[in-house]
Design a protein around this ligand. Structure first.
Ligand SMILES: [Zn+2]
Ligand SMILES: [Zn+2]
Length: 239
């Protein structure tokens, strides 16, 4: 029987990797297109978007937010290469893109969360994905935030916990900001069996693309209601 590695080699031989942006036979992204993707060098306040090194709120901006920090990986503005990567990741689920995203999530987290400096013991850090409703899961097949979160946790040897669940509501993308907030109210909960386990823990909440942060905020509200100590939202980009 073929081992996993040789099976992968065999697949690569049958279907040589092509750059999803320009079609060049090299990798899922050729080196030239990869260089077009910009990694976030400093974070910003999640509310007013002023420069804030670790993505924490500035004075007066934290009101009505339940999370403590937002760490982003990529700059999303009109960057078509990144958009293509995300679409390919969401709808075709390419193994290589997942690996690439996870490696950047890890390096940004280590840079901006400072696991070692802030006296956080790994024991008290729990990785939680933004949940997908059952209905949406049926259509999509996978919760991509969950896959990213699992791989991220594995890479850093942190605990993973699929702690949240979500009621089905209208797709956020189609709604205006105010309607999004109303639509989301009381739609995300901590699963009963994890409520005790989460108390006092530091949560890394993983999402793929955040827009207004309203979903991440609703997740954080549920987590804080279970007495978690801190929520750090870690996402690929802000759309
Ligand atoms: Zn290319
Ligand atoms: Zn601010």
């Amino acid at each position: 029987m073929l081992g996993v590695y040789s099976a992968c080699m065999f697949v690569d031989f049958l279907f040589p990797k092509r750059c999803i942006n320009c079609g060049e036979f090299e990798d899922f992204l050729c080196s030239e297109c990869k260089s077009l993707i910009k990694i976030v060098g400093f974070q910003m306040c999640p509310n007013c978007k002023r420069k804030s090194f670790c993505g924490k709120f500035c004075r007066g901006c934290a009101e009505s937010f339940y999370f403590d920090q937002l760490i982003l990986c990529f700059i999303y503005d009109r960057n078509t290469v990144l958009r293509k990567l995300v679409v390919n990741f969401k709808y075709k689920f390419l193994r290589d893109i997942n690996k690439f995203f996870v490696s950047i999530l890890v390096s940004q987290f280590l840079k901006f969360f400072r696991l070692s400096e802030d006296s956080f013991s790994k024991e008290n850090v729990i990785v939680v994905p933004v949940p997908m409703s059952k209905q949406k899961l049926k259509v999509r097949g996978e919760n991509h935030a969950k896959i990213l979160a699992q791989n991220f946790a594995k890479k850093l040897n942190l605990k993973f916990c699929d702690a949240l669940w979500r009621n089905h509501r209208e797709d956020q993308v189609k709604l205006k900001r105010h309607d999004r907030l109303v639509n989301l109210q009381n739609s995300i909960f901590v699963k009963d069996e994890y409520a005790k386990f989460l108390a006092g823990k530091n949560i890394v909440l993983i999402d793929d693309i955040v827009t207004t942060c309203s979903t991440a905020n609703e997740c954080s509200k549920a987590l804080k209601n279970s007495n978690v100590r801190l929520v750090c939202v870690l996402a690929l980009a802000r759309g």
